[in-house]
Each structure stands twice: as structure tokens, then as C-alpha cells.
Design a protein around this ligand. Sequence first.
Ligand code: C2E
Ligand code: MG
Ligand code: MG
Ligand code: MG
Length: 292
Amino acid sequence: SAKEKGRNQYHFFDPGLDEHRRNRRNQLMEITRALENEEFELYFQPQIRITDCQLLGFEALIRWNHPAKGLVSPGEFLPIVENSHLEVPLGQWVLKEAIHQMHAWKEAGEDLAVSINISAPHLMDRSFADYLESYLYSHPEVNPGQITLEVLESTALEDTKRASNVLARCQTLGLQVALDDFGTGFSSLTYLRTLPVDIIKIDQSFVRNMLEDANDHAIVESVIFLAQRFAHPVLAEGVETMEHARALRHMGCNFVQGYGIARPMPASEVLGWARQWQERLESGKHGDALSP
Ligand code: C2E
Ligand code: MG
Ligand code: MG
Ligand code: MG
């Protein structure tokens, strides 16, 4: 009978499943150790205003300096962290580190804006806005207006009402809110309608082939149109060539980010990069590349 079968299954030992669990437990333990040993590091990728090539700021992107494997990208370890007890501590580390870095740059004379990726479960953590406020409080030199929270729309926000309350409170503190990877999730339009959004980021998967693929081109164009109707500026990710940047500019896109401008770089290179960009801008070298 089914009941008997169920009972047998209960006693049946599944080595595959067990190994999977053990694996994940080991990986989580390794990540805990990595957090304690400060093996995580933020890289920064510039975001540029298309019309005049002015530097908008930098997106903070996490990396893991693994003692044996070298630099590990978030695509490899964030899925492990997702929905685990480490999601909030890792998110807190990112938040703290990004604000700390802004403070260091401020001391060095540069008031650079930083975008920080926030996972949905982290945003939904009960005291998210509280410790955000306390980090800001302990870094009074950092201008909250220079911080953008990038909320991933691909991770389902179960309670959009609460999410929008938390985000609204962050906006009261002066922060901006960006809707990341727009169009890739399940409920882009619902989020657009419900969440207090300042900027929309078009996902790189639409941008990458937009010059060859008419459908992708239509999607990018439509997202820009939609954003304009909501009076939200748009940033296109994955801009790998100047042709992309030029086409996006024609479509009315406001900001670009991608390998075509610069790859994500360690914090130690940011000031030099920003100054060099500014110098080239003043000597008129970027104008040609991006002009229509
Ligand atoms: P994202 O927030 O959409 O970040 C953009 C990703 O695209 C980054 O990958 C960046 O390196 C990559 N990228 C930028 N320009 C180009 C380009 O021109 N071509 C291509 N092919 N790729 C480009 P990365 O750093 O591997 O991060 C992947 C994702 O991991 C991020 O996507 C974000 O969702 C997540 N992530 C990264 N750092 C954090 C973090 O600190 N916290 C959280 N919660 N998530 C993070
Ligand atoms: Mg992002
Ligand atoms: Mg994105
Ligand atoms: Mg992405």
C-alpha cells in the first residue's frame, strides 16, 4: 500500500540527498569562515551619464578572495547563501563596507556615489532600516543622498507593502532606490507600480544583443518609454561597446554601465580611475565617442 511504501521510503537512506545537504552545510561553514577572515571584497564599476559622460557613481559588486580558488564571482557563492542564515550577515557586511569605503574616499577628497545591491530577504529583515541608519550615524561625513539601494526584482518580494514601507523609510534618510535587472523577474510591472522607485536598471540580457535582435531592441526601447512615462531615469547595464551606448542615447536612456566603460575594479583603483575619467572629460576625449 501507499502507506507502507511511505514508511519504507522514510527509512530508506538516500545517499545523494544526504551528500547534497552535507555539501551545502560545508559550503555555508566555509562562507562563515570567510566572513570571519575578511575574505570578501567589494569591487566597483562606474556608472556614466550618457548625455555628457559625467560620472554618476559606482556599483559595489561583491567578490570572494578565496585562499585556494582565487577571486570567486558572486554568481558562484550567492546562490549558496540565498535563503540561508548567512544572507543577512553577508548583506550587512556589504552595506557596512560600502559606507565605510565612501567615508574613506570622502577623506581622500572625493564625494563618490555608490550603488549597493540588496537582496529581498535582507531588505525584509526586521531591523534593516535601523542598522542602515546606525551605519550612517557612525559615518556622518557620508552623504546618504550619494547612496542607491539596488533592489533585485528577480527575487520575489513576498510582502510588497512592507518592502515599500522599508524603502520609503530609506528614502526619508536620503537614499535612492533602483529597480535592478528590470524585466527579468516575475512582477516587474507590479514592482514599478508598488515600490517607491527612483531609477530603473535595464538588465544586460536585453542590452547585449539589442543591436542584432529586433525583439531585444523593442524591449529596451519599451522599457525606456515606460520609465519615461513614470518619470524615472533609466540605466542600461551590460554596455560593452560604444555602438550600444550611442543607440541607447538615441532611445533616451540616461545612464550606462558596462565593460565598454570599465570592468568592475578593486576599491584601490577607483580614485585614480575617477580622476583620469574627469581629466579626459575636460580634454574633450569622451564627447566624440558618445555623441549621436
Ligand atoms: P547586477 O547587480 O545586475 O550586477 C551587474 C553584473 O553584470 C555584475 O556581475 C557585473 O560585473 C556584470 N557586468 C557589468 N558590465 C558588464 C558587461 O558589459 N558585460 C557583461 N557580460 N557583464 C557585465 P557580478 O559582479 O558577477 O555580479 C552578479 C550579480 O550578483 C549582480 O548582478 C547582483 O545581482 C549580485 N551581486 C553582486 N554583488 C552583490 C552584493 O554585494 N549583494 C547582493 N545581494 N548581490 C550582489
Ligand atoms: Mg545591481
Ligand atoms: Mg543588474
Ligand atoms: Mg544581474
